[in-house]
Design a protein around this ligand. Structure first.
Ligand SMILES: *Cc1c(COP(=O)(O)O)cnc(C)c1O
Length: 384
């Protein structure tokens, strides 16, 4: 697609699926980095890590280049390796499963609880645990936490690791505790459409000293000291202790992250208000399921996904919304249905299969107005 056609397409929408709250503060923060002449992993990254660990109430937060890098390193840190199995939900972004594949492990797909709660079902996870299972990676879909009591209990009883994919859950809580503090490690993404954006970026939050140390070393080539340590006179040389990666975050991204973190609570509160209005306006449609009713207070409300009635024609609805200038999406096509997975990884996930073709994501972002929600709801209602 050419730049020009992308620009034309972007201006077509009256209500876009997502948008980001970027302003003068972010511009100033980025310019300050450029003037400082230190562009990757330095003072701002340390400050972002400190602020993020405070936010998640964890002892460590280690910045990395993406949410996918966070998942990869967290799984390696707990020893996931070739021949292992890692249980992931079938209903998630493909990166959750890919992270297991990068380690040489096999992703085993868990089912969801149901249309009301499209989150990894602990009972199904338990059925799928084998002697090869090394880790479970729950995804807090849409920002709503999985049942961490049940999953932690399972992990403990079977002596397997629990690593959160918290990409949707920046600012979510579970029973009063921040998501990020509830598993052995939690992996966050700051990709350009998440609740906190740095363009590309990620974080591993953990209370485990060994996991934190592993991620720190292996995000930067397995080296025992970083350029910034040498710059500050803390080291003259270094050892290489493992075959690490280049998964570093830049200072530009960290500077954006620091500003965005200060806005997070306000923007998440705005998302909750908008979701509340959607629920008021769409709650009465026969056969339309609005998942997670009553749970918005603890959610970062990253996505507003609905489950259409069985008889609905999703494509016709998406086209109708588009004609009204409203962008919609699908989170997600089931991973085992993708070409790269279909033939190699069988999956027994009847509840995902039942709703996968009925999922529809409506616009939700902190710059939306209540009137936007009313317009989207009015247009959607016309199909029922
Ligand atoms: C965005 C996302 C990721 C990947 O994060 P990146 O920063 O894009 O690598 C992983 N899992 C889920 C559920 C996501 O939404």
């Amino acid at each position: 697609m050419t730049d020009q056609s992308m620009a034309t397409q972007a201006t077509e929408w009256r209500v876009t699926l997502s948008d980001i709250d970027l302003g003068a503060e972010e511009t100033a923060a980025v310019l300050e980095v450029l003037r400082s002449r230190w562009l990757s992993m330095g003072a701002r990254t340390l400050e972002f890590e400190r602020a993020f660990s405070e936010h998640t109430e964890t002892t460590h937060a280690v910045a990395v280049s993406s949410g996918t890098a966070a998942l990869h390193l967290a799984l390696l840190a707990v020893g996931v390796k070739s021949g292992d199995e890692v249980i992931v939900p079938a209903l998630t972004f493909v990166a959750t499963a890919n992270a297991a594949l990068y380690c040489g492990a096999r992703p085993v797909f868990g089912d969801i609880c149901g249309a009301d709660t499209p989150l990894l079902d602990p009972d199904d996870v338990e059925r799928k645990i084998t002697s090869r299972t090394r880790a479970i990676v729950p995804v807090h879909y849409g920002g709503y936490s999985c049942d961490m009591d049940a999953l932690r209990d399972l992990a403990e009883r079977h002596a397997i690791h629990l690593i959160d994919d918290a990409a949707h859950a920046i600012g979510s809580t579970w029973k009063g505790h921040p998501v990020g503090s509830l598993a052995e490690a939690a992996c966050f993404s700051f990709f350009a459409n998440k609740n906190l954006v740095t363009g590309e970026g990620g974080m591993v939050a953990t209370n485990d000293d060994d996991i934190a140390a592993f991620v720190r070393t292996n995000r930067s080539h397995g080296m025992t000291a970083a350029s910034y340590d040498k710059h500050r006179g803390h080291a003259f040389t270094y050892d290489v202790v493992s075959t690490g990666y280049n998964y570093r975050l830049t200072e530009i991204e960290s500077a954006l992250g620091l500003v965005q973190l200060r806005k997070l609570e306000r923007n998440n509160a705005r998302r909750r208000e908008l979701v509340q209005r959607y629920r008021d306006l769409l709650g009465e449609i026969d056969g339309l399921v609005l998942p997670f009713a009553g749970r918005d207070d603890e959610s970062a409300c990253h996505l507003f996904a609905v489950v259409l009635p069985e008889s609905a024609d999703r494509q016709r609805i998406q086209e109708g919304l588009k004609a009204a200038g409203i962008q919609s999406s699908i989170h997600y096509p089931s991973i085992p249905g993708f070409s790269a997975f279909r033939e190699r990884y069988e999956a027994n996930v009847p509840r995902v299969d039942e709703i996968a073709a009925r999922l529809l994501t409506l616009p939700l972002h902190p710059l939306m107005s209540i009137e936007d929600v009313e317009l989207v709801s009015k247009e959607l209602r016309q199909f029922f």
